[in-house]
Design a protein around this ligand. Structure first.
Ligand code: HEC
Ligand code: HEC
Ligand code: HEC
Ligand code: HEC
Length: 159
């Protein structure tokens, strides 16, 4: 299929998802969130190989004492001072790029584009987890109480 057409179809598909799921700013603070953005990336007919863990949203705030603004920010990347009941936008409303840019032949490694949804999530979750683990004693931040390895967040679906 030609590239332009594919982009168009993808855009149309996303528009449909936005309308049908009513993607507006949510106000209910969820206890857990199953973040599966595979639905935005339906480009193959193959079933997904992994599913996402349940993200302990409330626990991060209450038990781990992380303020809302460490994860939620405004259009200028300024931390939001939120309370329960406030309208909150989903990450995908601004981090709208759903695929990483492909590296061109002979090109040096691309700088991470934070507006790519996947990079935004990884930048938020994994960067903090690394810091947590460094503080807990692992100099590289990979081992410790906060998960940084792929399979701890993306669980393999058994056949
Ligand atoms: C550790 C990070 C983190 C903390 C802390 C956090 N959130 Fe969230 N929150 C998220 C993520 C990630 C999502 C899912 C966003 C998405 O699906 O794009 C979310 C979703 C939400 C949603 C639902 C949005 C929707 O449309 O479905 C609301 C409302 C919300 N958070 C409010 C809050 C409030 C209020 C606080 C503080 C009391 C808070 N959050 C603390 C990361 C966090
Ligand atoms: C209202 C728009 C908007 C929303 C909603 C939004 N972001 Fe962002 N985000 C931005 C902008 C703009 C930047 C800055 C981009 C830049 O510096 O080039 C940014 C930057 C980031 C960065 C880099 C932080 C840094 O300082 O280096 C991360 C990580 C990130 N966002 C994650 C998230 C996550 C996770 C969510 C959902 C919980 C989210 N964003 C929701 C607009 C948004
Ligand atoms: C600002 C810091 C911070 C951010 C951002 C953050 N986490 Fe965490 N996370 C923690 C801490 C602290 C722990 C608890 C470590 C421990 O057990 O002492 C944790 C633990 C976890 C755990 C294992 C235990 C549990 O409660 O489920 C998972 C899974 C997890 N985080 C997923 C995520 C995901 C997914 C995101 C991004 C949407 C995220 N975290 C963002 C700090 C953070
Ligand atoms: C702390 C949790 C965490 C870890 C560790 C993590 N990711 Fe993710 N990843 C996320 C979140 C949150 C999303 C956005 C939700 C989704 O789409 O599943 C995401 C999305 C993705 C996506 C795009 C969306 C999709 O489902 O196709 C890919 C690809 C991905 N991650 C690969 C990896 C790889 C490879 C690693 C290991 C190097 C890794 N992730 C480690 C949290 C994590």
């Amino acid at each position: 299929m030609n590239r332009k057409l594919l982009t168009l179809l993808l855009a149309a598909g996303i528009a449909v998802i936005f309308v049908t799921t009513g993607l507006y700013a949510g106000t209910d603070v969820p206890d857990t969130i199953t973040m599966d953005y595979n639905q935005y990336k339906k480009r193959t007919k193959k079933p997904p190989k992994t599913k996402f863990i349940e993200f302990a949203h409330k626990k991060h705030n209450v038990e781990y004492k992380i303020s809302c603004g460490e994860c939620h920010h405004d259009k200028d990347n300024k931390p939001l001072d939120l309370k329960e009941g406030d309208a909150v936008q989903k990450c995908v409303e601004c981090h709208t790029k759903l695929a990483k840019a492909k590296k061109k032949k002979g090109e040096k490694k691309k700088k991470k584009d934070i507006m790519v949804l996947e990079n935004a999530f990884h930048g938020n979750c994994i960067d903090c987890h690394k810091e947590v683990n460094i503080k807990a004693g692992d100099p590289k931040g990979r081992k410790g109480p906060a998960p940084t390895s792929c399979a701890k967040c993306h669980i393999k679906i058994k056949k």
